[in-house]
Ligand binder design. Structure first.
Ligand SMILES: Cc1ncc(COP(=O)(O)O)c(C=O)c1O
Length: 417
């Protein structure tokens, strides 16, 4: 069998989707939940770096990375080795009930890279949504307050609390009510901050009834929206003024993707609680809540998780942090600049059609005139061997693995353009 290393990228050898992919889609759709929001019919079976091979042997250039997850690329040899070694030693012992050495090491490393100055503590879960729930529970438990503010356009996950905080698409809420009470949404803008003070605190619920404000420092699913330069500092000041905790959901924007470990560091703002998942485990199911020690005041039994911080997932996380700090974060910054510089001219070249090119590092959003255009671009890219993913109402996002090379970035831009 030819190795992926030897194949060019993209290398499309059948119609797309190919015959095996079409047959597999039919099989899958017989058995799986119809709720799954599949973007297009890619049926991946093998990956290496930014290359993803489908069931028909087509090789795609992956600029979606499993929704910004494969930070170190597909099957990075160091991550694979760490996973294999740990799987051979110990696959599971619940860290909630016992003292698992690698869990504490993962917590220590996460605390070390936290964007807070003082001592922090860490809870490890299995996914983004699970740590969003943890953040919500901790904020309520610590402040003894119930209400929470989130932003329109935000995505925080699918579990009941996380989906209640989500404000990106109405269909995520449809049929699931009543949602968590006490969740207020405002626009992700300076006007939204005014609304918190003027509308919510004055007319709807006083500030001292709010436990937390949860924010994605750069909105992900909302369309890779970078806030105004003063937004996060003003949000921090607002939280400080009213004793409200600031929760940074860095599930998508974190883990080095923007060229810094956490997107919030671009604005020198410290959250009280930081949530991470996706890229921090290179694709293994792991998420973490990092909180200031002064905030993590709950006692034994208040929270836990059977699989959270599974040793194999922790091994992947530890190796991922090493790789991010060992060069991938720096690469994200350089390649991000290359892609941004390459794509920005599209706004002038296709006036009215391409509305904006924005982002930080390898979190790049291209906004079109409509959702239909964004969908058509996503599909056209797929047909030509480039994987990107729509986001927001009218955007396409690029979130390649952080191992992306200069040549791969050029290839992606050529196809996309
Ligand atoms: C910012 C953000 N928070 C939370 C989540 C939920 O993560 P998970 O799908 O791992 O539950 C996502 C997933 O896309 C996300 O982008």
């Amino acid at each position: 069998m030819t190795t992926l290393q030897e194949r060019p990228v993209p290398d499309i050898i059948t119609e797309v989707p190919g015959p095996k992919a079409r047959a597999h889609v039919a099989y899958d759709e017989t058995w799986t939940s119809p709720s799954l929001p599949r973007a297009y019919p890619i049926v991946p079976v093998r990956g290496l770096g930014c290359k993803l091979e489908d069931i028909d042997g087509n090789v795609f250039l992956d600029f979606a990375a499993g929704i910004a997850v494969n930070s170190t690329g597909h099957s990075h040899p160091a991550v694979v080795a760490a996973i294999q070694e740990q799987a051979g030693l110990l696959q599971h012992m619940s860290a909630s009930d016992f003292y698992l050495p690698i869990y504490a090491r993962a917590a220590e490393q996460l605390a070390r890279i936290a964007p807070m100055k003082g001592k922090t503590r860490v809870f490890i879960g299995n996914s983004g949504a699970e740590v969003v729930e943890a953040g919500l529970k901790l904020a309520r438990h610590h402040t003894k307050r119930q209400n929470v503010i989130a932003f329109l356009g935000a995505f925080h996950g699918r579990t009941m609390g996380a989906v209640s905080l989500t404000g990106s698409k109405a269909k995520y809420h449809a049929g699931f009510g009543p949602l968590l009470p006490g969740v207020y949404h405002v626009p992700f803008s300076l006007e939204g901050l005014d609304e918190i003070e003027q509308r919510i605190f004055k007319r709807l619920m006083p500030a001292n009834e709010f436990a937390a404000i949860i924010v994605e420092p750069i909105q992900g699913e909302g369309g890779y929206v970078v806030p105004d330069a003063t937004f996060l500092a003003r949000l921090r000041a607002l939280c400080d003024k009213h004793g409200i905790l600031l929760i940074a959901d860095e599930v998508q924007s974190g883990a080095g993707r923007t060229g810094k470990m956490w997107a919030i560091q671009h604005w020198d703002v410290e959250p009280d609680i930081l949530l991470t998942a996706k890229g921090i485990g290179s694709g293994m199911p792991i998420g973490a809540m990092i909180a200031k020690e002064s905030v993590m005041t709950w006692g034994p039994g208040a929270h836990g998780s059977t699989y959270g911080g599974n040793p194999v997932a922790c091994a992947a996380l530890l190796e991922t942090i090493k790789l991010l700090e060992g060069g991938l974060m720096a690469n994200a910054e350089v390649r991000g600049r290359q892609i941004m510089d390459g794509l920005r001219p599209l706004v002038d070249r296709f006036p009215g059609l391409v509305r904006d090119v924005r982002g930080k590092g390898l979190m790049i959003g291209i906004q079109f005139d409509s959702g239909d255009t964004a969908d058509a671009v996503q599909m056209a890219a797929f047909n030509r061997g480039l994987l990107v993913l729509e986001a927001g109402d009218d955007c396409v996002r690029m979130s390649p693995p952080l191992v992306v090379t200069e040549d791969e970035a050029e290839t992606a831009m050529r196809i996309f353009t």
